[in-house]
Design a protein around this ligand. Structure first.
Ligand SMILES: Cc1cc2nc3c(=O)[nH]c(=O)nc-3n(C[C@H](O)[C@H](O)[C@H](O)COP(=O)(O)OP(=O)(O)OC[C@H]3O[C@@H](n4cnc5c(N)ncnc54)[C@H](O)[C@@H]3O)c2cc1C
Length: 401
């Protein structure tokens, strides 16, 4: 098997394929550790999956568990939420560190990892897929798992080459690392629902040693230049309630970075070339349309794709694609539709104020909302009886303490 791209989706696919005894070659154009523009936030579902991939907190230098969450409504009202103790339900970890640990885990599982190795061509026929690498080498396999991120060069190469009109993602997001954080943001995770960002939001996610990942994310509006977002971010940073959370000595460590978030999961986007190419993670546009999270979704789609192709075998790619589509439809797609609906509710100031008022109304609502928001169980669990099982609402934490 060949895996193109070694972010969380590609690393997870490589690990699951190798654990099933398949020969795996996994390529990435970058060398690890490499940065990935991200909020670095990991919720319970992502953490449970990362644990199953064999990565432990001690493998990731910047691993920062979080228990205290603060949300700010467009009205200025603050909602204080606490995650349960006894283990980890939320963590912030720099993607440079996390992704390198996942790539190490892929190697340990038996995948042949090739870094600094860019995919430049793809050809497929009824029998196999051939991936051309920069430098002239070609890899041939019964399946290619395309885990090559939001811009997915594999998808572009299959659908007409680099001239194909770019898919720009459904969200724009910017992030910048800060150091010298001495305000409450040094230990608490903050989300601001600013009226001019809705249904998007601004965040400050704590990292060790007085650092924080600070950013904004909002749905892309056609024609909106990314430069305008940069100015909006600068403006958000100057707002007194945001500046107070970071503290007076906080300053940026490096330039701000922007990247799209693809959150348009659809059956048609999951495979190509008669099922010989399966897309996972951002390449499958699997990020959550409400929060923009995509790491857990990247790992989950990789798991589902591997299970589907293993069940179908090497000579039934259409069956593999059908199985993969079905598995995504039974789980992730329902969570996506619910998240997209809630995002529409948050688009108006009134809706966002009402949602946060309801979340913060009582101890019961706060405790339940925070576990739902931090993906202790699937977002649309209540709507999907086939996922109900004993203990589904009170599973153990990702890393029991
Ligand atoms: C600002 C921002 C904030 C975010 N915050 C969060 C958050 O807090 N929590 C969360 O869960 N998600 C967040 N996300 C979403 C998350 O970053 C993505 O969903 C996640 O990275 C998807 O993982 P992936 O493995 O599919 O893709 P990626 O992580 O993008 O990995 C794709 C890999 O493919 C490689 N590649 C690309 N082209 C080629 C090629 N031609 N040949 C070989 N290799 C190639 C790349 O080098 C890369 O390593 C955020 C996104 C943004 C932009």
């Amino acid at each position: 098997m060949v895996v193109a791209g070694l972010g969380p989706a590609g690393a997870a696919a490589s690990i699951h394929l190798a654990r099933r005894g398949m020969r795996v070659v996994a390529v990435d154009r970058s060398g690890f550790p490499r940065d990935k523009c991200c909020g670095d936030g990991l919720t319970t579902d992502a953490l449970r999956r990362i644990r199953r991939l064999g990565v432990a907190p001690g493998d990731v230098a910047s691993w920062q568990p979080v228990t205290e969450i603060r949300l700010r409504s467009p009205s200025g009202r603050r909602v204080e939420l606490s995650l349960p103790g006894g283990g980890t339900y939320a963590t912030v970890a720099r993607r440079a560190d996390l992704d390198a640990a996942l790539v190490d885990a892929a190697r340990t599982a038996g995948a042949e990892v090739r870094e600094g190795c860019r995919v430049v061509g793809v050809e497929a026929d009824a029998a196999s897929v051939r991936l051309q690498l920069q430098g002239g080498e070609e890899l041939e396999a019964p399946y290619v798992i395309a885990a090559d991120g939001a811009w997915s060069p594999v998808r572009k190469l299959l659908s007409g080459g680099p001239a194909t009109e770019a898919y720009l993602g459904d969200w724009h997001a910017l992030r910048q690392y800060f150091s010298g954080v001495t305000g409450p943001g040094a230990g608490q995770l903050w989300v601001w629902f600013e009226p001019d960002l809705l249904p998007g939001y601004a965040w400050s996610f704590p990292l060790p040693d007085g650092r924080a990942n600070v950013g904004i994310g909002l749905p892309r509006r056609p024609g909106q230049p990314v430069g305008r977002l940069g100015r909006l971010f600068e403006d958000v940073l100057r707002r007194p309630h945001v500046a107070a959370v970071l503290g007076p000595g906080a300053g940026p460590e490096a330039a701000v970075r922007a990247w799209p978030i693809p959150a348009r999961l659809a059956g048609d986007n999951l495979s190509a070339a008669g099922g010989r190419v399966l897309f996972v993670g951002d390449a499958a546009r699997a990020a959550d349309p409400l929060t923009g999270e995509g790491v857990g979704q990247a790992i989950e789609t990789a798991e589902l794709a591997v299970t589907a192709l293993a069940a179908a075998g090497p000579s039934a790619p259409r069956r593999a694609a059908r199985r993969y589509r079905g598995a995504v439809a039974r789980g992730l797609s329902v969570d996506h539709r619910l998240a997209a609906g809630l995002s529409r509710l948050l688009a108006s100031e009134r809706g966002a104020r009402g949602a946060l008022r309801a979340a913060g109304a009582s101890r019961w609502s706060r405790d339940n909302f925070v576990r739902w928001m931090f993906e202790d169980y699937p977002r649309a669990l209540a709507l999907t009886p086939w996922r109900w099982r004993r203990g589904a609402l009170a599973g153990p934490p990702a890393y029991p303490g």
